[in-house]
Design a protein around this ligand. Structure first.
Ligand code: 13P
Length: 249
């Protein structure tokens, strides 16, 4: 079901005490909203977040998981571990995982398959790099990322997937894609889904924009018809900023 979503990807930030403080400020300040609000703290703070938000409408997501169900994968976290602490949403394919940890489309396809088989909801990230945009190949790059990781899935799988378009050149740089650039890419994504699957898949999926979203630019980006919300990095670490972005939707 297509819904408005504001999700905060905390990345490798916030220790236990900082997590507690930020969650408490978010709970206190959460405005009445029709949007789903999601936070993704670090693995070690997920159980704490899940407990702290039990009575709140704010949902908790993991930032990553492994595709294997268990076994000799030192340092990794399984879907079952996440579910056992009440976390049923996971970010897969973030550009930082792709760039710094060598996660390929094929590797991500396996994670997606596992998450779906475990009935988890996926926030699937993708987006072109600066050189792709400069050379005009950004639609092709994004189309291939989607095709390679997702387009072997059956149509019903898309009910459990949220897409997050995050152009790499706009992440943590302060340089946002213009609302028009975001809209253009989101419309392309819907068209691709419609051609590959069906118009209902294209219309029912939520597509978030991520990359330097801030209180100052959020409402303009969110006003675009094919933008259903945002995946927020830096600004999700400051309660007042994240809450202002929630209000902007
Ligand atoms: P920034 O909002 O810090 O640019 O990060 C975006 C992001 O990567 C969210 O996943």
């Amino acid at each position: 079901m297509r819904s408005k979503i504001v999700a905060g990807n905390w990345k490798m930030n916030n220790n236990k005490g900082e997590t507690q403080n930020l969650l408490s400020d978010l709970k206190k300040g959460l405005p009445a909203t029709e949007a789903e609000v999601i936070v993704a703290p670090a693995f070690v703070n997920l159980a704490q977040a899940s407990e702290a938000l039990e009575e709140s409408s704010i949902q908790v997501s993991a930032q990553n998981m492994h595709f294997a169900s268990n076994g000799a994968f030192t340092g990794e976290i399984s879907a079952d571990m996440l579910l056992s602490i009440g976390v049923d949403t996971v970010i897969i394919g973030h550009s930082e995982r792709r760039a710094y940890f060598g996660e390929t489309d094929d590797f991500l396809a396996k994670k997606v398959e596992t998450a779906l088989s475990m009935k988890m909801r996926i926030i699937f990230c993708f987006g072109e790099e600066l050189e792709d945009r400069k050379s005009g190949s950004h639609f092709e790059v994004v189309g291939n990322q989607l095709k390679n990781a997702l387009f072997s899935l059956p149509e019903e799988a898309f009910q459990s997937i949220v897409l997050a378009y995050e152009p790499v050149w706009a992440i943590g740089t302060g340089e946002t894609a213009s609302p028009e650039q975001a809209q253009e890419m989101h419309a392309f994504i819907r068209k691709t889904l419609s051609q590959t699957y069906s118009e209902s898949v294209a219309q029912e999926i939520s597509i978030l924009y991520g990359g330097s979203v801030k209180p100052a630019n959020a409402s303009e980006i969110f006003s675009k018809p094919d933008v259903d919300g945002g995946l927020i990095g830096g600004a999700s670490l400051v309660a007042a900023d994240f809450l202002a972005i929630v209000k902007a939707i």
